[in-house]
Design a protein around this ligand. Structure first.
Ligand SMILES: Nc1ncnc2c1ncn2[C@@H]1O[C@H](COP(=O)(O)OP(=O)(O)O)[C@@H](O)[C@H]1O
Ligand SMILES: [Mg+2]
Length: 138
């Protein structure tokens, strides 16, 4: 458990996922990287300029959330943060491969999902395709 990758979408559950990742990191002396992916926008009616502006706003928002995590943990442990753009599950899986992560931690549900489904679409794709162990926090 040397490297832990936490998928963070700003939801309450991903905050819980982060806390649990820290508990594991404390036990195993692991490094923690937090990734937030700004999803692609498929709104075809949008003008390219609007699309870019929305992407920029969402990227800034994600960056702010991760910066807050960094500030909060600054005294206790070093945390790496990554803001990516694209398909969330694919970017998270790609990053896990690149980092050679030993563990990916996600929430079972995210920001906008329907709770009636067993697993969110992002976490379910991660569980299916991950190159390592996955912890799904509920
Ligand atoms: N854009 C994203 N960037 C990083 N992690 C994400 C992203 N979207 C989802 N996740 C991770 O996957 C978990 C489940 O979210 P998701 O599968 O999107 O469920 P829902 O369908 O309920 O939104 C989240 O708690 C978070 O850990
Ligand atoms: Mg979601």
């Amino acid at each position: 458990m040397k490297k832990i990758l936490v998928a963070h979408d700003g939801s309450k559950l991903s905050e819980t996922a982060l806390k649990q990742a820290f508990e594991i990191a404390d036990k195993f002396g692991s490094s923690v990287t937090v990734i937030s992916v700004v999803p692609e926008l498929y709104l075809t009616e949008l003008m390219e300029m609007d699309r870019l502006r929305i992407l920029e706003t969402l990227t800034e928002e994600a960056q702010k959330i991760l910066d807050k995590i960094k500030t909060k943990t600054a005294g206790s442990r070093p945390v790496k943060t990554i803001v990516a753009q694209g398909n969330p599950a694919e970017e998270i899986l790609e990053t896990a491969k690149k980092l050679k992560a030993d563990l990916i931690v996600t929430g079972s549900h995210g920001r906008h999902g329907a709770q009636k489904f067993l697993l969110g679409s992002v976490s379910s794709k991660i569980v299916d395709h991950a190159p390592c162990t996955v912890l799904v926090v509920k």
